[in-house]
Ligand binder design. Structure first.
Ligand SMILES: [Ca+2]
Length: 359
């Protein structure tokens, strides 16, 4: 379903959809500032009160750097340019990331990502895409689009290279209809730290949902929006140059703790692309909750999705140090000797007593 960004149309329809969906009244304060304002107008208009500057990033990228006072920190090959932040250049084996330094304690929010993926590679000879994160840990390089595996939180992937499909093709296998995914492909994953992202399968085993998003080498602006309202995760995109949000993923019952970090990262391998972020805008959405919902929406400590079993977090036991091992063996021996001695004493006593009784 496409939602038009016509004056009043977008918000009205969205509002209708929300109220139809959760049957409760939602008060989006942005509406008070003019119901004719879609996201584009929000960006240029008067609604900055709800834009959270500490979690947002836009030109001229003054708050980006390596110092501890920067709002955003760069990592790896990421570079600040005048018109964008380049996470990776169109070169092999690069990885870069951009992380917000301020943890986000908002309950209901919307993150608008203005990005651009472009490069020399022809169809399916480019990669690997970028990811947008809301996670407990930040600045941890790794294999999942340049971020750590077994992350804790939410990952949204714009995957430009079909690893699994290419493998199947090479093995001359065919998918049953409806199973094959067309790339570039957007998917989402919630993790409590126990799941690995399966790169070879483009995250298929762990995806919450996804959609095709033809986003490469476009001459107009491309946007992604991640909305988290009342534990309802919605991902939409505006990638056709029509100023329309198109639905991509909708998952109810997503429990995300507060105090996590927003970030974005990207990686190239044998194949590459320029992965650019132009802006990240975080809006606080003010939502009314009934007392029951207040009770229901209590803070959580680990991410989870209702009706979906994530494997338990198993904390690996730390390997024993030499000293600890020695102490364990030593005290076990002492205890054994002690137990044997006590046992012998008791045995002797018992024998004495039975002898006495005998005589
Ligand atoms: Ca892939």
């Amino acid at each position: 379903m496409a939602v038009a960004l016509e004056p009043s149309g977008w918000w009205q329809r969205w509002r209708r959809r929300l109220s139809a969906r959760d049957g409760s009244r939602m008060l989006l304060l942005l509406l008070l500032l003019g119901s004719g304002q879609g996201p584009r107008q929000v960006r240029a208009g008067q609604t900055f009160e709800y834009l959270k500057r500490e979690h947002s990033l836009s030109k001229p990228y003054q708050g980006v750097g390596t110092s501890s006072s920067s709002l955003w920190n760069l990592m790896g090959n990421a570079m600040v340019m005048t018109q964008y932040i380049r996470l990776t250049p169109d070169m092999q084996s690069k990885q870069g990331a951009l992380w917000n330094r301020v943890p986000c304690f908002l309950r209901d929010w919307e993150l608008q990502v203005h990005f651009k993926i472009h490069g020399q590679g022809k169809k399916n000879l480019h990669g690997d895409g970028l990811a947008v994160w809301y996670t407990r840990d930040r600045m941890q390089p790794g294999p999942v689009f340049g971020n750590m595996d077994k992350f804790v939180g939410l990952g949204v992937f714009v995957d430009t290279y079909p690893n699994e499909e290419k493998q199947q093709e090479a093995q001359k296998r065919r998918y049953s209809p409806g199973v094959q995914r067309v790339f570039p492909y957007i998917s989402a994953m919630v993790n409590n730290g126990s799941l690995s992202y399966d790169h070879e399968r483009d995250g298929r085993p762990t995806e919450l949902g996804g959609c095709t998003a033809i986003v490469r080498n476009l001459h107009y602006d491309t946007f992604l929006v991640i909305r988290y309202v009342k534990r309802h995760l919605t991902i939409m995109m505006d990638i056709d140059g029509k100023h329309e949000w198109r639905d991509c993923i909708e998952v109810p019952g997503v429990r995300l703790p507060r105090g996590y970090y927003f970030g974005t990262s990207s990686i190239t391998g044998d194949l590459s692309d320029n992965h650019d972020v132009i802006s990240l805008k975080l809006f606080e959405l003010t939502v009314e909750r009934t007392p029951e919902e207040e009770k229901l929406h209590r803070d959580v400590f680990l991410p989870s999705v209702d009706n979906m079993k994530l494997p338990e977090m198993t904390a690996p036991l730390p390997p024993l140090s030499g000293l600890a091992l020695f102490l364990i063996v030593f005290f076990s021996l002492v205890f054994s000797v002690f137990a044997i001695v006590i046992g012998l004493i008791l045995y002797n006593k018992w024998q004495d007593q039975s002898r006495k009784r005998f005589y």
